[in-house]
Write a protein that binds this ligand. Sequence first.
Ligand code: SF4
Length: 110
Amino acid sequence: MENMQGIVDRIRENPSIEIEVVDGVDDICLRCPHNVENRCSRPGRNIEEFDQEIVDRLKIDIGREIESKSLFSLVEERIQPEELSIICKGCEWLEMGFCEEGLRKKNWWK
Ligand code: SF4
């Protein structure tokens, strides 16, 4: 959670920061106990499938670097809040409601 907050703060402080689109574990996963040898070992999860679903919907290539404000604009344009319950089914963040609420209010990264 601390690591996640640090990343969110960095993006909020600098919306022009470049984000590299990756599949699999990412910077948010760095301190997660489920991150085992750079693979997500959490039972019941296949983050590669989650990630592929997202990049398909955003029409963006894995490996691309993009300004965070442009990336979040794409998310707001191409993903509807109610679709998160399908795309992110099984993710514990989804159950907390922050993502859907933030996407609905368009203030999740501001
Ligand atoms: S559960 Fe998996 S995808 Fe989620 S933060 Fe941990 S390593 Fe990353």
